[in-house]
Design a protein around this ligand. Structure first.
Ligand SMILES: C[S@@+](CC[C@H](N)C(=O)[O-])C[C@H]1O[C@@H](n2cnc3c(N)ncnc32)[C@H](O)[C@@H]1O
Length: 335
């Protein structure tokens, strides 16, 4: 498999601590190696690996976690972007009983086809957190669970519940597809070189079966709910632009229903759920799209032309108590 483009970086000073086995670490590739063996043991133990498991490791680096995974499972498939790390990894296990159990794929995990695996255990480069999470969740057949080290804030957003400050589109979309739980807080000094942020290990267990939802439509709805800073659901859904967008989509849906085709083709399994993860999730929580100042319709205004649809939306808001108040982070989950 082709490797990613390697950018030349200034090597660290000889003798600095940012080396292992003669390999220097590149922060731009998220190379923060786990240096605390007790932490590695704890991650492996909490993963619940069975001796029959095929384990996927993303970004094995110099192999500190890989070694423990090889001891615990039947096979480790490790996807690593950096050819220097691949060489180091192969050198480390050459001539040991582990070499037959290890398959290394050199390349960008976001671009390669993943093989079958039972469980994923990884200390990943944080810049690919969101697309990787949704790539894993769209993988078929679905795996049993993933135990992954994330940047602390990203991890807290994954597990956030309605009412939490960090509850966002990422929380809703992930929890739609998987059960997520926080396993372990990890301080920055457990890594070499230490990153600027703290980390957390999270368990992700795909829901089986997946809820019967058209993910593209769902994500569109979530973008409307969460992308506007400091807006309540009540005011978002009373905005002229949102109402007319929803009405347009509603009419398209009705037209499709009438022509009796199109709908049954969009079963959830056929949708690519990897589209639910985008770069924004890794960088910031909310996108202010600049239409916050748009006029909200008063209920009477909203009942003008095409009012049947607007009435529907307003009645849903009223019914669920979102007419005036209720930021998306305070909406209650039904499951
Ligand atoms: C945080 S380090 C983890 C290293 C090792 N697993 C450990 O815990 O000590 C992340 C690793 O992912 C690799 N990496 C970065 N981007 C990647 C990508 N897109 N696909 C696969 N591996 C990647 C880096 O080269 C690095 O080895």
């Amino acid at each position: 498999m082709a490797g990613g483009k390697i950018r030349k970086e200034k090597p660290s000073r000889a003798g600095s601590s940012h080396f292992q086995g003669g390999v220097s670490f590149h922060k731009s590739k998220g190379q923060h190696i786990l240096k605390n063996p007790l932490l590695v043991d704890s991650i492996v133990q909490k993963s619940g690996i069975k001796s029959t498991d095929v384990i996927l490791e993303i970004g094995p680096g110099t192999g500190n976690l890989t070694k423990k995974l090889l001891e615990a499972g039947k096979m480790v498939i490790a996807v690593e972007l950096d050819p220097r790390m691949v060489l180091e990894l192969e050198r480390r296990f050459q001539g040991t009983p582990f070499s037959a159990k290890l398959k290394v794929i050199q390349g960008d995990v976001l671009k390669c086809d993943l093989p079958y695996f039972d469980i994923c255990v990884a200390n990943i480069p944080y810049q690919i957190s969101s697309p990787l999470t949704f790539k894993l969740l769209s993988h078929r057949p679905a795996f049993r669970c993933a135990v992954i080290m994330f940047q602390r804030e990203f991890a807290m957003r994954l597990v956030a519940q309605p009412g939490d400050n960090l509850y966002c589109r990422l929380s809703v979309n992930t929890q739609l597809l998987a059960r997520v739980s926080h396993l372990l807080k990890v301080g920055r000094n457990n890594f070499r070189p230490p990153p600027k942020v703290d980390s957390s290990v999270v368990r992700i267990e795909p829901r089986k079966p997946l809820p019967s939802v058209n993910f593209k439509e769902w994500d569109g709805l979530m973008r409307i709910c969460f992308n506007r800073k400091n807006k309540t659901l009540g005011s978002i859904f009373r905005q002229k632009s949102v109402l007319s967008l929803l009405e347009k989509n509603y009419k398209t849906l009705k037209a499709l229903e009438l022509s009796q085709k199109g709908l049954s083709e969009d079963t959830p399994m056929e949708m690519d759920v990897s589209e639910l993860g985008d770069a924004n999730d890794d960088l910031n929580m909310e996108v202010d799209d600049g239409i916050d100042e748009e006029m909200e319709l008063e209920d009477d205004d909203a009942r003008g032309e095409g009012s049947e649809f607007k009435d529907k939306v307003l009645s849903v808001l009223k019914q669920d108590n979102f007419r005036r108040r209720g930021h998306p982070s305070s909406c209650k989950r039904s499951s």
